[in-house]
Design a protein around this ligand. Structure first.
Ligand code: GLC
Length: 625
């Protein structure tokens, strides 16, 4: 939940496969950062200590909170707001921002343990195209590997990996493969031999290479504290990228182990300083991501896409995070909302859950509701475990398929807005935020766990209860809101009951705001978009608004050297509606025109664009650039 008062957390990255409940005090991620609001003033404490640490928010005694660690330095930062948004911004100034991702990573992603052999993966991809359900990415889970040896392929299941990724590419798909840290103990296996020869694996206190059991059986653990090892691991990414892989899914990097936990005294070499597992456990995954990110960047010169499970403060710099092995239960759908909001407040803007739930069997109704949430999470990935009921958008009945298709298409409509928000958040903010982030003066927002802001302008209040066909929605005070489905305006500062049949997820757009819309496509980049399509949501009264529509090549780092466009819109509604645009062009002009659609517009007003009156057609008008 958002409010941690009365709880105690142990920060020690943990892979616990049993179904997580609210009683769990330690999770996959350890981010020793606390935000408090007292008398409407927010402040934060970031305790930069990656030993096992504890935060007790008045569980021991309701008169005080405390934090502490088993070892290490008492090294903490106190951050004063008074706005929560400022605390988060300062915290990410310290630990790092979520970088702008490649555009395709914002599309819908399909995963399962496992799409193997290759015929199965191709069949899934073809079904998306036949059914006209958009999808950008297919994942390969551990079964693509040769007996779980990382950086290898099972050539019986995948005869020619390059031909396979090429075929998917020709259909508009990207392929992301899983990589685990555990390296199979196997003489003659290149990765193992190289690592062993160079002393790249963690050892026990007597200097013997330490072994535990993971998917490949006996396995050893790369010493990611060592920059040589990171370089080596980073270089190994080329093995995958040369075969046409577009992103890496780093899993099991708590590190998880099946034969008891790694002992505290396992030794790592932090570039000359010997450190123990006790000290570096919580940053092991973080350093693996750093290696992966840097390796992919060097290999491709594109913005690396790394998805990962175990995190420490700052992991947002290198990777996208998912919440780990959830279950196909209503409880886990419900819990995913505050979890994602908390991840957002912890500086990790690019986040998501396994849509539909990983363990256990999903149902059509649960998947429909989960897809509605996934539409508005930056990482939109459906994933399920081996042996569970299939969970692709069409795996249930026709009604479920229709609903899933409707929401996946809606996601693509919101992608330009999401990309604009990701660009903005590279400088400042999370995408998924609790309402209090934008509406701190409205105390009623503080404990809302079942709705969230999707960027600055969209409020989503999904249904997360089985059988519910209505939703109690709170609209925060400070502006009015437009019901996305019926176009009606509601004042902020009130609760409303929204009818929400199975195909309706309550969505509200902030008035005097703009949403940048995407086209109807099967995948990102399918069509060359020449018209910037903007919806302006107006209000009954007077008001003003501002929006920046951003674009660049969607993949490289060239935007950092000025190869991007920003179209800034400033508009005010008074006796007339006045819209002004300022262009900041540093890149070839992608758009030839802009089409505006006015929502909630009262027709007796004139519309001026850059001081010239324009004629409306069905509340729309177009300007050429
Ligand atoms: C872990 C991951 C899960 C993956 C599985 C097999 O449980 O969290 O997503 O499917 O391992 O690789």
């Amino acid at each position: 939940s958002l409010n941690k008062k009365g709880y105690h957390y142990r920060n020690w990255n943990t892979d616990d496969p049993t179904p997580h409940g609210e009683t769990y005090a330690q999770l996959y991620k350890s981010i020793p950062f606390l935000i408090a609001i007292k008398n409407n003033e927010a402040s934060g404490i970031f305790f930069d200590n990656h030993f096992e640490s504890h935060f007790d928010m008045g569980k021991e005694n309701s008169n005080y909170y405390y934090f502490g660690a088993k070892d290490g330095n008492l090294d903490y930062y106190f951050i004063y707001g008074p706005e929560v948004s400022k605390v988060v911004n300062e915290y990410t100034n310290l630990t790092g921002k979520t970088p702008l991702p490649q555009l395709w990573t914002l599309g819908y992603q399909q995963c399962r343990w496992s799409y193997a052999p290759e015929q199965r993966a191709l069949e899934i991809a073809k079904t998306f195209r036949e059914k006209n359900i958009p999808c950008d990415t297919i994942y390969l889970d551990i079964d693509y590997m040769d007996d779980f040896r990382v950086f290898t392929w099972d050539n019986k299941k995948f005869k020619n990996p390059k031909a396979f990724t090429d075929e998917l590419k020709s259909m508009g798909f990207k392929v992301v493969t899983i990589i685990d840290p555990g390296v199979k103990v196997d003489k003659g296996y290149k990765i193992y031999d190289e690592g062993l020869k160079n002393g790249y694996f963690a050892t026990d206190k007597d200097g013997m290479v330490y072994k535990n059991t993971v998917w490949p059986g006996d396995s050893v653990f790369p010493d990611f504290m060592n920059s040589q090892v990171r370089k080596w691991w980073g270089n190994n990414q080329k093995i995958m990228f040369n075969l046409g892989i577009a992103g890496i899914w780093n899993d099991m990097n708590e590190p998880a182990s099946f034969n008891g936990p790694l002992p505290e005294d396992i030794v790592f070499n932090n570039d000359g300083t010997l450190v123990t597992h006790k000290e570096i456990h919580n940053v092991y995954g973080h350093m693996m991501d750093k290696a992966t990110y840097e390796g992919i960047k060097e290999a491709t010169n594109k913005r690396p896409f790394v998805v990962k499970r175990a995190c420490y403060a700052g992991t947002q710099k290198y990777s996208t995070v998912w919440t780990g092995d959830n279950q196909s239960t209503w409880e886990h759908l419900r819990m995913s909302l505050p979890m994602l909001m908390n991840i957002g407040l912890s500086g990790m803007a690019f986040c998501g859950t396994d849509v539909g739930g990983f363990g256990f069997d999903c149902t059509g109704e649960l998947l429909s509701r989960w897809m509605q949430v996934g539409t508005f999470t930056p990482l939109f990935r459906n994933h399920s475990t081996i042996g569970s009921r299939e969970q692709e958008p069409w795996a249930f009945d026709e009604i479920t398929e229709e609903i899933n298709k409707k929401y996946i298409k809606l996601r693509y409509k919101f992608i330009p807005y999401l990309y604009d928000m990701m660009h903005k958040c590279e400088k400042t903010a999370p995408i998924i935020r609790p309402l209090l982030y934008n509406y701190q003066n409205d105390k009623k927002t503080y404990e809302i766990n079942d709705e969230f802001m999707f960027g600055d302008n969209v409020l989503v209040s999904p249904v997360v209860e089985q059988g519910a066909r209505q939703k109690l929605v709170y609209l925060p005070k400070g502006n009015s809101w437009i019901d996305y489905w019926i176009g009606e305006e509601f004042e902020g500062g009130q609760y409303i009951i929204k009818d929400a049949p199975l195909d309706i997820c309550p969505i509200y757009i902030k008035t005097m705001s703009i949403i940048s819309n995407g086209e109807d496509v099967n995948y990102i980049g399918e069509k060359d978009t020449e018209c910037l399509n903007l919806s302006i949501y107006l209000c009954d009264k007077k008001g003003e608004g501002k929006y920046i529509a951003y674009n660049d090549d969607g993949e490289s780092f060239d935007y950092k050297n000025g190869r991007f466009n920003e179209y800034e819109f400033i508009f005010d509604l008074n006796d007339n509606l006045n819209i002004k645009m300022n262009k900041n062009i540093g890149y070839e002009n992608k758009y030839k025109s802009i089409e505006f659609t006015l929502h909630n517009f009262k027709n007796n007003k004139k519309v001026l664009f850059n001081e010239n009156e324009v004629k409306l057609n069905n509340n729309k008008f177009k300007v050429n650039l």
